[in-house]
Every structure is written in C-alpha cells, then in structure tokens.
Design a protein around this ligand. Structure first.
Ligand SMILES: *Cc1c(COP(=O)(O)O)cnc(C)c1O
Length: 376
C-alpha cells in the first residue's frame, strides 16, 4: 500500500516571487531589521487595506499587540478587557505591561466578543472605580466581530479598541477591510496564518506620529543623539528585511489564498451541513470571512474527539477550537464575564485542515473519514 502523506491543519504556501525579494535583500546586503523590503511590505499592506492606514512591520503579532498597549498607555495596575475565546497571544502582552486582563465571552453569531457582556463588564468596573484602559477584540478564525456594536460601546465609554486581526487579513466587514475597523489594529504573519513571513506581524495605526512612535519603541528607543542615549525602555521588535521579502511575495497572492480557503469551507459545508449533528459558522449579512480555518461544531465532546482521533489515525491534523482564556490555568484568577458560549464551542468544536495548498484529493480523503463517523 502507498503511504499517504501527512495533511496539516494550515501550512505555509509560497506564491513564487518570495525568493526574488529575499535574493534582492542578499544582493544588496540589506540583512537587517530595516531596508527596502520592510518599506515595500508596509506599502503593500497599507495599499491592500485602503483607508489611509500607517503600517509598521514588526517581528510578530504578539509584539504588535504589546506595542499597541504601550501606545495606549496601558501600564502597571490597569485593567484591559479581552475576548476570552482566542489564542493566548491576544492576552499575554497585557500581562507583559503589568496590567490585568478581564475576559469577555462570545456571542453565537460570530463567535467573537459579546457586545452585551462587554458593556456589562465596563459598567461593573466603572462602578468599582476601575475604568478599563483598553478593549482587545478578535476576528477569530477570520470572522469579523460585531464592529458597529463594539465601536459604539468604545465611543460611549471612551475606551479604545485594539483590533486583533491576526487571523483576519483578507476579511471584510460591510466592505471595510479587517485591520481598519478600529484606530489601532494588528496582523500576524506566523507560519500557520493566511499569509506568512515565517514569523512576523504588523501594527496598523491612523497617523504618521503613532507609526513613528511604534518604530521608535520597536528599535530600542534611541533618542536623537550621535551616541546611544535612551530615556525610555525599548524593544527589539522590528521585522527583518529578509522576512519582509517573503511578505512582499505573499501579498501578491493574498486574494488567491483567501479564495482557496473559502473554497475549502464551501466544500466541507456542501458535504457536511446536511447532517444535523454538524453545524458551521455562517457569515451574517455584510460579513466576509477569509475562512482562515474551517470550523465545525459537532453535537458532543465524544463526537468531536471521535472525528479528531479518526483523522489523526490517518495522519491528518485537526484541532479543537481555542480553549477560552478564562478556562486557562495561567489566567484562572482573572475576572471574567461569561455566558457559556465559548465553553460550549471549546467542548464540541473542531478546526478541520484548511490550508490554501490542499488538493481535491486531500479534501476527499478528509471528508471520507468524517463521513464514517458513527455519530453523524
Ligand atoms: C497568531 C495570533 C496572534 C499572535 O501572532 P504571532 O505572530 O504568532 O505572535 C495573536 N492573536 C491571534 C488571535 C492569533 O491567532
């Protein structure tokens, strides 16, 4: 029997011209955290997002959130409201700043931050004289959060939103690109994201001054002097010019990658939605998801595990949905406002292989294993 190749959840997918930009970096000796590819990549992202945004390419999405918190003056003892249903990197930088996260559960329409719970939490904290300094909202799995509702609350209470768009480059909300729905946003180019620089991220802000400050903090906060002088604590967070070359090549194929991921989702949905024991996250009117990962919600923990293990047996990687932050040991003492939505998703939800490089043969192989589930 032929041995079958492993199928990954979401693996890097080069377009072709990445190598050219990387070679240019070598040919010109720009092997540094600055150079023409960094500027070019920032321009490419800013053009893609439209909307007059200023982009700083940084070493990771996590670093970008860390800098975003600093631009908003989040510090020791402050409280920050954060979506609970997310990857830990949305919350960790809050701790780096000596601040405290307060976790907000999701609503069922987008699986993202519940505007109702957000407002309840804000009122509670204000009553206790602890007005939160910022809100971290996430477009999880590429599905935009309820931006109008979240932004209205942000405005009403004057608490800025950090838009965690790490999983949502190529997604749109009422025609506006994710990454531009708030005054400050971040992207990730980690190896498993919709496009990658192997590791990298970007901070998106609304004016040149904020971008300059972000770059200053990310390049060790050097004062303007001929010697090395520092009046602020800095970070080494700038993106390498070599990796930015990969990013420039990836930007050329971003739309193709979104199409391929949406096709994966359509395939799974067309073949599995007829079963009442499997449901999909639908796009509400005006929402366009890049479908970074296709997620199914099964009818029980047993069913989810059965499918996950049956796929694993055939060397196919799938993954339970994110474990909510309020359930994580490391955040067990943090205040949280919950409604059961994310706990239910964590119990029954599974991310299926979703790479833009999956072949029809791969998809058929995955489907046939799921179709054998005794729980269907
Ligand atoms: C990947 C991810 C991040 C962090 O990005 P890195 O580039 O891996 O540091 C942050 N938030 C979410 C929701 C992510 O999926």
């Amino acid at each position: 029997m032929l041995t079958k190749t492993k199928i990954y959840l979401s693996s890097p997918h080069m377009g072709g011209s990445e190598q050219k930009f990387v070679n240019q970096a070598f040919d010109t000796n720009w092997i540094a955290p600055l150079g023409p590819n960094v500027n070019g990549f920032e321009d490419d992202i800013s053009k893609y997002l439209k909307n007059d945004k200023y982009v700083a390419a940084l070493s990771s999405g996590t670093a970008s959130i860390h800098i975003a918190l600093q631009l908003l003056n989040v510090g020791e003892g402050d409280e920050v409201l954060c979506q609970s249903f997310t990857f830990s990197a949305s919350a960790n930088p809050i701790m780096y700043q000596g601040a405290t996260p307060i976790f907000i559960d999701s609503e069922p329409d987008t699986w993202n931050m519940s505007p109702e719970l957000l407002e309840i939490a804000i009122k509670d904290r204000i009553e206790k004289n602890k007005k939160p300094k910022a809100i971290v909202a996430v477009h999880l799995y590429g599905m935009p959060y309820k931006a109008d509702e979240i932004n209205a609350i942000s405005k009403k209470y004057e608490i800025p939103v950090i838009e965690d768009s790490a999983e949502a480059l190529g997604s749109y909300y009422n025609g506006k690109a994710c990454g531009t729905l708030s005054d400050i946003a971040i992207l990730s180019f980690n190896g498993n994201k919709i496009i990658t620089t192997s590791g990298g991220g970007a901070l998106i802000v609304s004016n040149q001054e904020l971008k300059d400050k972000a770059v200053f903090l990310s390049t060790q906060a050097r004062d303007n002097a001929p010697h090395y002088q520092h009046s602020t604590i800095g970070f080494n967070y700038r993106m390498s010019n070599v990796l930015a070359g990969i990013g420039r090549g990836q930007m050329e194929v971003l739309d193709e990658r979104v199409n391929a991921r949406r096709k994966n989702h359509e395939f799974y949905e067309a073949n599995l939605s007829k079963f009442s024991s499997i449901s999909f996250l639908e796009e509400p009117d005006g929402y366009f998801s890049n479908r970074w990962l296709t997620c199914i919600k099964t009818s029980s923990f047993e069913m989810r595990e059965q499918i996950r293990l049956a796929l694993l047996e055939e060397d196919i990687e799938s993954r339970p949905l994110w474990k909510p932050m309020h359930m994580q040991p490391v955040f067990k003492d943090c205040l949280h406002f919950t409604n059961g939505v994310s706990e239910d998703l964590f119990e029954k939800g599974l991310c299926l292989p979703s790479g833009s490089n999956l072949s029809q043969e791969d998809l058929d192989r995955i489907l046939n294993i799921i179709l054998k589930s005794p729980h269907l």
